[in-house]
Design a protein around this ligand. Structure first.
Ligand SMILES: Cc1ncc(C[n+]2csc(CCOP(=O)(O)OP(=O)(O)O)c2C)c(N)n1
Length: 582
């Protein structure tokens, strides 16, 4: 990604970063989350301005609002569910408006490739009264992001840019431009009527917001840049946005299109104009019926997808079915062997779950690599709702459950920093008896290994003060805090047994760097078939480096030497020393 006009291949995420760079972004913050994570990483490679991982999306947005207050152009990135976390400042930022342009990227995940739900964040634009731009490819991702900063300043309002997984991760040719640093000095602005949202000020700002949205509606109807009519031949007219537009265009290139690049404010006049002379109007959009409902509310008859397509991604087949009324065979062979996600060989989370299983604990979970403990053969995770929820759930369970099973919450280090500490404060305050295990693998592994406040390194990998999770829990009032090595099975079992029987809150920090950070341990795993009694205990770990030997019906392991990281956990489990690190 360089300056100049030579066309290059960029993913949607890289194009968003390039657009922000070209707009002269002066501050960027976010929290990782697929499919958005690469935006800040790409931006950090092409600019020297502050580009930061925040502990969560709310903190990221608030920091960007601060930079914008001083007149700086500021970018915030997050995945769709991140906007739930950031929604509180977002809604009121629509009232206050901005100083420098403020652009919020929401990367949605239709089909839930890597998410716990597939909410359609276009709803946020309507609910918060914030304009939204929705590009259909990398070229538009760049242009729309650049334009979003201008719109934000022109209309004194944050601007949402919505991407989806297909757009974020698909590469196409774009022509990058040069950066245009904004010529302004950043000042401390005193404007309490605009920025202090006491009810008396907020009422006025709400009126002002409606007036700003009315002016933005003119852009939405008339600008031609975001929402535009592409005349075709015949009587078929298609209203489409985002990636759905690409599918529709491919199956019906002759149709007339109203391409929606700004779904909010909705271009009602343009839609009415488009519908004139159209014999058959079809709305084609991914996830919820947001455009369709607004088209129908204008009294226009239209066709749209069946309910079955409210779930998951659309496709060329879906477009053919809805627009052409015909079933078509898949354009790409789908006979790819399934490859279910699995914790890596040597993952330090695995031994913790092995012991929890032994203790028959009821484990409330959270989101991260460790969520995979829900799958066979571990099958021990009982809940996964949203970041931080496992701690709250364990507390609630422990307050009412009177049986013998230990109640244990597991949470990753990044997730703990994101939203775990309030749960701990709640547990201390309300005298919980549950156990919390922080699975501290020194990274945000699930989303690609990003640094966070606990790693001692910032987004660019430079040293920065390291948050001490144990001290943080002690400061919150937890008296039983223990730090152990996740690979040390004996210590793990002893500690977990002691802490789960204790009738008070304990926090155990199970620490060991992610294997993808730390690499292979010294030595090579060796197997002695003479000693093996086929108990299968090693196989029950579910390590991909140890699979059942298919040449026998007995539960004997076979070592995948190329995968094994020589963590030695299976060696500690084997009761007959049939496995050893040589
Ligand atoms: C609100 C929200 N933001 C971001 C994400 C994306 N995400 C899922 S898990 C996770 C953190 C994983 O890191 P950690 O808790 O340290 O566990 P690890 O994967 O390292 O085991 C992130 C950022 C999300 N699901 N929800």
């Amino acid at each position: 990604m360089t300056e100049g006009r030579a066309p290059i291949l960029l993913s949607g995420n890289e194009a968003i970063a390039q657009g922000a760079y070209e707009a002269g972004v002066a501050f960027a913050a976010g929290y990782p989350g697929t499919p958005s994570s690469e935006i800040l990483e790409a931006l950090s490679r092409i600019t020297t301005v502050p580009v930061e991982w925040a502990p969560n999306e709310k903190a990221a947005l608030e920091a960007a609002i601060g930079a914008s207050l001083a007149g700086a152009r500021a970018l915030v990135t997050m995945k769709h569910v991140g906007l739930n976390v950031a929604a509180d400042p977002l809604f009121t930022a629509a009232y206050t408006g901005v100083g420098g342009g403020l652009v919020v990227i929401t990367a949605d995940d239709p089909g839930m490739h890597s998410s716990q739900n597939e909410q359609d964040n276009r709803h946020y634009a309507l609910a918060a009264k914030i304009p939204m731009l929705e590009p259909t490819d990398s070229r538009e991702a760049l242009e729309f992001t650049r334009s979003a900063f201008q719109l934000s300043e022109q209309f004194d309002i944050p601007v949402l840019v919505r991407s989806t997984t297909r757009l974020s991760h698909t590469k196409c040719v774009v022509e990058p431009g040069t950066s245009h640093p904004v010529e302004r000095s950043y000042e401390l602005t005193e404007d309490r009527a605009k920025y202090v949202m006491i009810p008396a000020h907020a009422r006025q700002r709400h009126d002002h917001l409606l007036e700003r949205i009315a002016r933005l509606t003119q852009i939405s109807n008339n600008d031609g840049k975001f929402n535009r009519i592409e005349p075709g031949s015949g009587g078929l007219g298609i209203i489409a946005s985002g990636i759905a537009y690409q599918y529709a265009k491919e199956v019906a290139p002759e149709a007339s299109f109203l391409k929606i690049g700004m779904p909010f404010p909705f271009p009602a006049e343009l839609v009415m104009h488009f519908a004139e002379g159209i014999e058959r109007l079809v709305v084609f959009e991914e996830l919820d019926r947001i455009l369709e409902q607004q088209v129908r509310a204008l009294g226009l008859a239209c066709e749209a997808k069946p309910d079955a397509m409210l779930v998951g991604e659309l496709s060329l087949q879906a477009a053919a079915e809805v627009i052409l009324g015909r079933q078509s065979p898949p354009m790409v062979s789908t006979s790819v062997p399934p490859r279910p996600p699995i914790m890596c060989a040597g993952c330090p989370h695995r031994p913790v779950f092995h012991i929890l299983k032994k203790l028959k604990a009821f484990v409330t979970g959270d989101i991260g690599c460790y969520t995979l403990a829900v799958l066979p053969p571990l099958e021990i995770l009982q809940t996964c709702l949203c970041m931080g929820a496992g701690i709250g759930q364990a507390h609630g369970l422990a307050q009412v459950y009177e049986g013998d099973r230990p109640i244990v919450a597991v949470i990753g280090d990044s997730t703990f920093i994101h939203s775990g500490i309030t749960g701990i404060i709640n547990m201390v305050y309300n005298q919980s008896t549950a156990t919390v295990i922080i699975l501290d693998n020194r990274t945000t592994a699930m989303t690609g290994g990003q640094n966070h406040s606990g790693t001692g390194l910032n987004l660019r990998g430079q040293p920065t003060p390291e948050l001490d999770l144990a001290e943080m829990c002690k400061a919150a009032g937890v008296s039983r805090v223990r730090v152990i090595d996740s690979y040390d099975l004996e210590q793990l079992e002893k500690t977990l047994t002691e802490e789960t029987v204790a009738k008070e809150l304990s926090v155990i920090i199970a620490r060991r760097p992610c294997v993808l950070l730390d690499g292979k341990q010294a030595g090579t795993l060796e197997y002695d078939p003479e000693r093996c009694v086929s108990c299968g205990l090693c196989l029950d770990l579910g390590c991909p480096a140890l699979v059942q030997n298919c040449e026998t019906d007995e539960r004997r392991p076979q070592i995948h030497a190329a995968l094994c990281n020589a963590c030695g956990v299976c060696v500690q489990i084997c009761p007959r020393q049939a496995l050893k690190i040589g």
